[in-house]
Design a protein. Sequence first.
Length: 243
Amino acid sequence: MFRRLLGFIITVAVIGGLAVWCYFAVVNQQININTFFVGGMTRGVDISSYQTDVDMEKLKEQGIEFAYIKATEGSSHKDATFDEKWAAAREAGLSAGAYHYFSYGSSGVSQAENFIKTVGDLEGRLIPAIDMELTTEEVKNPPEKDAVVRGLKAFVAIVEEHYGVKPLIYSRQDYYDKYLKDDFAGYPRWITNVFYPVFIEAGEEWAVWQYSMHGLLEGYGGEKNIDLNVVNKKIGLDGLVWK
């Protein structure tokens, strides 16, 4: 009887320990369960000045079919490597889009002007995107919803008028629920969820899914980890091409 009880306790302890290890491995992205759900989808990356000397041809050789490249942030900042990456993607025949990192400290109008001035023509490119997120400090002291909505509405109005298309809006699901769902439900969604499959929260209501922030590929310097994304099969990469 004692041996059975001891065996049971040991078994429970082992299973419990394994479960705890798996939990923290997923949280710390040592294990990415999302990789089991992206098979057969069009894969891409999003990159910025953190990735240097990017070899677009080398990315293509590893199955990468598109890249979203940081162009601007706020009203005046331009990513120092944008022009280089933008040109390299076209030369390599890699589908590319430009994204803007939204700042809560400047007007949506001036931010849109900065983005358009920097990016220019979108012939043969992907639709524009805007990155909506909070820094660690902003999580502690978050902006008011009304201010966020007002600024983003001003930004997208100018971008839509200029390019004739609704931009992708990148966010986490909790950010979307708090700030965006009431006023921007008609915009294509670029969802980041690196812990579990996107369809658990969003169903099929997404265009692009950032499924990992710890991808490892060849063909770039700087930050070794690279963000990995896939396109919803219902939309396909052609559905993101600017027309």
